[in-house]
Write a protein that binds this ligand. Sequence first.
Ligand SMILES: Nc1ncnc2c1ncn2[C@@H]1O[C@H](COP(=O)(O)OP(=O)(O)OP(=O)(O)O)[C@@H](O)[C@H]1O
Ligand SMILES: [Mg+2]
Length: 377
Amino acid sequence: MTRKNDEKRKFYMAKKGQRTKKKTNSKKTNYSNRLENENLGNEKNYNVVKSVPDIKLVEKDILQYIVGQDTQVKQIITAIYRAIHFKSIKANVLIIGNSGTGKTATIKQLAKSLNIPYTIEDATKYTKEGYYGADVEEMIYNLIDNANNNIKRAQNGIIVIDEIDKKAGHAEHDVSGTEVLKSLLKIIEGTKIKIPNMMDIFSEEAIDFDTSNLIIIFLGAFDGLEKIRQKRLNKNQLGFATSSNDTSSKKSRFLKKDLVEYGMPEEFVGRIDTIIEMNKLSKKDLINILKRSKLSPFRKYQNELSQKGIKLEYNMQLFEKIAEESLSLDTGARELSNTVNYIFENIVYEVIANPRKYRTCKLNLDIIEDNTKFELF
Ligand SMILES: Nc1ncnc2c1ncn2[C@@H]1O[C@H](COP(=O)(O)OP(=O)(O)OP(=O)(O)O)[C@@H](O)[C@H]1O
Ligand SMILES: [Mg+2]
């Protein structure tokens, strides 16, 4: 075994120790839990098609969390199921969307619902040869770890690479980033990668990790890509670039050449099979997140208070005000939880300081500006 592999193995063993504790607390949906149990002891004949739940069931489940992205949720689920059921078709997916529109949240929720090991990696953490940051192969180790060391399951797993746009080779971005994208190609390509044998730390022999069935999902906000698309559309329409604000053809998909112009290396872009564009969230979407999403920070407070025997009273207009405030910041649904945390700050203090004292909490509409505007009785 080479010295490099030996170091990697040590690194991996150290990481493994750290993670085992964390994972025992992970929440799982009932059916993924059930499926996990059914798969125990089934490592040799692991059949990924059998182990994934019904596609419609999963879609319904995800839509309880993710709001305003129904088409996109369906596209993402289809891309993943296509990879599982249509093995010969490679599934490298790119999801483009503004901050706080649900890119990471959708994938996380989906990976939880499916009984598929996954790892979410931040592209900015990785550097060319692993000199300053992590080595691209570390993604594989993380995935194997999340698959409880079952190599077969890991080979059918999902690698999510977040913030991929930050690796574009524009002058204003990290220039060495394009090198990282190129080193990612060996994973995307579907080749075999030699990795140290993690099951047997005394083994000198490296083992093959087949990447051909991996599902790779790239996420990125791609600020400025919209301008590139608009420029292209205007050019196509009139034969030359104009500053026309005509948005009639705005629905055109992002093309690979837009990504190349943005600074993504051609070799990389050429290997993307599906591009999915998230919607911008409207005020109505934000209100719906607050009202009915299982991720709603408001609902979480409401449930916690209810468990302490306190009923929350409020006017529905409050949701509008919270949504309007978030909308002004352009960080999608991200801001909702900040605003909601602010609203409940003093209430949380009061309730903790006076256990079992209150039965009702009434929120005034102006609590959004001044979080002392509530009544507890
Ligand atoms: N469509 C949505 N439906 C419900 N909740 C959402 C939605 N989008 C975002 N959220 C909420 O906002 C939080 C942040 O969203 P998420 O992490 O998915 O953002 P992102 O699209 O990955 O953006 P970024 O580019 O900033 O990482 C989530 O944890 C979730 O609670
Ligand atoms: Mg994200």
